[in-house]
Design a protein around this ligand. Structure first.
Ligand SMILES: Cc1cc2nc3c(=O)[nH]c(=O)nc-3n(C[C@H](O)[C@H](O)[C@H](O)COP(=O)(O)OP(=O)(O)OC[C@H]3O[C@@H](n4cnc5c(N)ncnc54)[C@H](O)[C@@H]3O)c2cc1C
Ligand code: SF4
Length: 516
């Protein structure tokens, strides 16, 4: 009888792979050791918000502890551990050599960068390796590309309908429950004080130790933190509690006010579960099912427009953006359709601007590492696009500032959707607006030093002249787009003197972006 040598397997868990329901963790196995690592490779590839780094490390530490409690063997390398070699490649090489592992396994990373790196690492390994799925997403990496094969545009709506049918979410014999797929028209209300804004469930995670380590090791970060009270969920129990709180308090008005912005609240009726989902503490299907079940039970309180609006975000937008990422990478990361080259204004890092909408959105981003979707798209993103900021600068800011920012979801949202740098594969027209939209969807203009009604002259709102200047300077790229043709007709009919004044005003503002 031949005796098989005992296998010793090393399994890598990345910081956004905290899915305790994964089949890897079904039963503890003494032949398997899991490794998790806090590394400079990940803290330094972009400048991150301090809360983002702290929340990732706190969630990773809690996950390692949880695995240990479930009986799994875990090696956890803290940032300042002398044995930590600070890159995945070096740590893996060190552990394989030191502990004589016979096999190496990892979970499919969500970022192109890490995917390439891990493939390179395993190619050079002297031992066998295996890759497993994260069992998190509802579509395969390349599925969206196949779905849209041969199409010029990737329309989210058709993908979303297909996903509803495929997962049988709110369906009745292949037709949407309620008879409509889309309630967007009803879901575009400004906040009118009719529904009280819920009190947020904020956690008080003490991350002082992590905060000290980050600072002692001179990791470059920005933004604010109260290290004794990190508000973000770092365990599955906390993530579930946040989901429960949202379903009870936010969901009943989610759809109605999903595009609203107000100085009264930094999150309104939004769920704030993106960090929990992106680290995989929560599974998208359990989020959808929890919300749909609540709707089914409390129909008069939670109307169909609310639940449909929410399901669309996760079953539709989130999976769609991931598919876009994998079908357009690596090219997406360098696309710049408008050839924009301006540097990101300094106030994105400080919030010091007289433009109230930008000040509010940026200040809360620096304070909480969070802004809701319409602030990201129609305030900070809108302004960067109108001002002609280089998409690489815009990406670095979004990737650094938000608690939920991981490249697979940040990049398609920023470069493609918000900056139109893909030339319109994702969005059918650039997401830009003048002050009129911001005024109609928020109360920011009421207390702003600028006048939202003025296009030029003293304290004219910068969004107005920059808006028309954008159309004028990108005429070649845009005039044949049927979705914006109307704006060119308005511009062409405008009085010549007014046009000249607007462009003159825009030129002054573009020259003095940092002083706005
Ligand atoms: C310029 C820009 C950059 C963005 N960067 C990120 C990012 O780095 N990480 C990230 O998770 N989201 C990003 N988004 C999408 C969206 O703004 C956030 O998911 C959302 O604001 C997170 O807050 P929430 O959990 O309260 O979301 P809610 O409004 O409560 O929505 C529920 C969930 O739906 C999902 N979702 C909603 N919209 C999108 C979308 N467009 N793409 C993907 N998922 C979506 C998220 O998982 C979110 O948690 C970005 C959007 C824009 C316009
Ligand atoms: S007036 Fe202009 S700058 Fe001020 S809040 Fe309104 S849109 Fe923003």
């Amino acid at each position: 009888m031949t005796i098989m040598p005992r296998q010793k397997i090393l399994r890598l868990i990345l910081g956004d792979q905290l899915n305790e329901k994964h089949s890897w963790f079904k039963t503890p196995d003494r032949q398997v050791t899991y490794v998790m690592m806090e590394i400079r490779q990940e803290t330094d590839y972009v400048k991150h918000h301090i809360q983002k780094v702290a929340a990732f490390f706190a969630a990773m530490r809690a996950f390692a502890k949880r695995l240990g409690a479930l009986g799994h063997r875990v090696v956890y390398l803290k940032l300042d551990d002398p044995k930590n070699h600070q890159t995945i490649a070096d740590n893996i090489a060190y552990l394989l050599h030191k502990k004589k592992f016979t096999h190496f396994e990892y979970l499919l990373p969500d970022e192109y960068r890490l995917d390439a790196q891990l493939r390179e690492i395993v190619e050079k390994l002297p031992i066998p390796h295996q890759v497993a799925d994260t069992e998190h997403f509802l579509t395969e990496r390349q599925e969206l590309e196949k779905f849209f094969a041969g199409k010029k545009r990737f329309l989210m709506e058709s993908f979303y309908r297909w996903m509803r049918k495929r997962y049988n979410i709110m369906m009745d014999n292949q037709q949407p429950v309620g008879g409509q797929w889309n309630y967007d028209q009803k879901n575009r209300q400004a906040y009118d004080n009719k529904m009280p804004i819920p009190k947020p469930l904020l956690f008080k995670n003490d991350v002082s130790d992590i905060d000290r380590t980050i600072r002692k090791n001179r990791v470059k970060t920005f933004g604010e933190i109260v290290p004794e009270k990190l508000i973000w969920p770092v365990t599955r129990d906390q993530a579930l509690a946040l989901l429960k709180a949202f379903v009870k308090d936010g969901l009943p008005a989610f759809g109605t006010y999903q595009d609203a912005m107000t100085a009264k609240s930094w999150f309104l009726f939004h769920s704030r579960i993106s960090f929990a989902m992106n680290t995989k503490l929560l599974h998208p299907l359990e989020v959808i099912e929890t919300a749909v079940n609540a709707w089914a039970k409390k129909k008069p309180k939670i109307s169909i427009q609310q639940i449909e609006g929410f399901v669309r975000q996760i079953l539709g937008w989130r999976e769609y953006m991931r598919g876009i990422y994998w079908s357009l990478m690596p090219d997406l990361a360098s696309m710049n359709y408008f050839k924009h080259a301006t540097a990101l204004p300094d106030f994105y890092w400080t919030g010091e601007t007289r433009m109230n909408c930008l000040r509010m959105a940026i200040e809360q981003s620096l304070k909480h590492a969070y802004a809701h979707h319409i602030q990201r798209l129609m305030v900070t993103g809108n302004f960067a696009l109108l001002a002609g900021v280089h998409p690489a600068d815009v990406d670095d800011w979004y990737l650094g500032v938000y608690i939920d920012a991981i490249q697979w979801v940040e990049l398609p949202n920023t470069r493609a959707m918000s900056q139109f740098a893909d030339g319109g594969l994702v969005a059918t027209k650039p997401y830009i607006s003048s002050a009129k939209y911001i005024h109609s969807m928020s109360d920011y203009c009421e207390t702003c030093e600028y006048d939202w009604k003025k296009r030029h002259g003293d304290m004219a709102c910068p969004f107005n002249s920059l808006y028309w200047d954008f159309f004028a300077r990108h005429r070649k790229n845009l005039q044949n787009n049927p979705r914006v043709a109307m704006m060119y007709r308005v511009w062409d009919r405008m009085d010549r003197v007014a046009q000249k004044e607007i462009l003159k005003q825009a030129a002054v503002y573009k020259k003095n972006l940092n002083q706005l």
